[in-house]
Design a protein around this ligand. Structure first.
Ligand SMILES: Nc1ncnc2c1ncn2[C@@H]1O[C@H](COP(=O)(O)OP(=O)(O)OP(=O)(O)O)[C@@H](O)[C@H]1O
Ligand SMILES: [Mg+2]
Length: 318
């Protein structure tokens, strides 16, 4: 199977405007920030950057315009080696914008976001040839109509599908979940969407709907992976955390890397957990996302015995 891309992603790309403050001020006051950073974000877009850094051939499909934010997103994709041929240009379209206030003392973050510039992909704008020119299709919850059609095409062509979702009340995601092979979602979504009393029951709920693999991520605790034959918990790595923005997005990218390599699921899970942990050592969703060599070095020190044995065989690029 000689596909042009390893992974195509369709979904949210955003600009994260991160302001670091000592603590939340009273309203109607002027306050100097400790630090300000502008970075690209969004579940699918950041997962693609993670994959590109690991060495995969990736492409983003979406709609952007001619404003400075759209240019920022595209320039960052180009710098990171994410293909942009599938980006449709539309006047006045733009990315999601997120204002992220990081309270340094508490280490907490509060996010305001807007989609006022976002223009959804229409069905007739999607190219089946392009979307099926990959081995794995990565989707999120932000363009359900485009995701549904693309996932159906992927299914026809035997292309693996991965979904990230985060809004528990978005019941319209169910038809999409039925078409997904790898559902990787945070605990809050898993519990809220399924109504289950714990993550094990939530994972079973989703497995019955169609996915072969369900991963529920649980922040600094780690993640639960459930398939029809296996169930295991992978603890997170204990690292000096600077910022957890985008941990889930990076985890998805790294997990997809393991899918591409057809690694055993336990290796894939530990690898993704390591990549997400390394990300936490730098500020923002993308800055800390590592290359393969850095992940290997990390796992050779902090990985399980099974992982160390595995690394001695081979983890090279795609
Ligand atoms: N503080 C942390 N230290 C180490 N690893 C972490 C930490 N937080 C998250 N991770 C790793 O990242 C994975 C995904 O994190 P999380 O469950 O918070 O995703 P999320 O809620 O989707 O995050 P995002 O805000 O990026 O959408 C976890 O399963 C874990 O392996
Ligand atoms: Mg997430």
């Amino acid at each position: 199977m000689n596909k042009r891309f390893d992974v195509i992603g369709i979904g949210n790309c955003s600009i994260d405007l991160l302001g670091f403050v000592p603590s939340f001020p009273r309203s109607n006051t002027k306050n100097k920030m400790i630090k300000f950073i502008q970075q690209g974000g969004g579940p699918v877009a950041t997962a693609l950057v993670t994959l590109a850094r690991l060495g995969a051939r990736v492409s983003f499909v979406g709609k952007l315009g001619d404003d400075m934010f759209s240019h920022f997103v595209i320039d960052e994709f180009v710098r990171e080696g994410v293909d942009t041929e599938g980006i449709i240009k539309e006047k006045d379209a733009g990315p999601y914008i997120a204002f992220i206030v990081v309270e340094e003392k508490k280490g907490s973050r509060t996010i305001w976001w807007t989609d006022q510039m976002v223009s959804r992909l229409r069905k007739e704008e999607l190219s089946k040839d392009l979307i099926t020119s990959c081995r794995v299709l990565h989707l999120d919850e932000y363009d359900v109509e485009a995701a549904l059609l693309s996932a159906a095409w992927a299914k026809e062509e035997g292309i693996k599908t991965v979904l990230d979702a985060e809004t528990p009340g978005k019941k319209e995601l169910l038809p999409l979940i039925r078409l997904i092979d790898f559902l990787i979602v945070p605990e809050e979504f898993a519990l809220g969407f399924s109504g289950a009393i714990n993550v094990e029951k939530a994972a079973e709920f989703f497995l019955e709907k169609g996915p072969q693999v369900v991963v529920v991520t649980q922040g600094e605790r780690g993640s639960l992976t459930v398939t029809r034959k296996k169930r295991f918990f992978q603890p997170a790595f204990d690292v000096p955390v600077v910022d957890t923005t985008g941990c889930g997005d990076v985890f998805h990218g790294a997990f997809i890397y393991g899918i591409l390599k057809e690694w055993p699921i336990e290796i894939t899970s530990e690898f993704a957990t390591a990549v997400a942990a390394i990300k936490c050592e730098k500020i923002g969703a993308r800055a800390g996302s590592p290359n393969l060599e850095k992940v290997r070095d990390f796992l050779l020190v902090f990985g399980s015995e099974r992982m160390k044995r595995f690394l001695k065989q081979d983890i090279t690029g795609c």
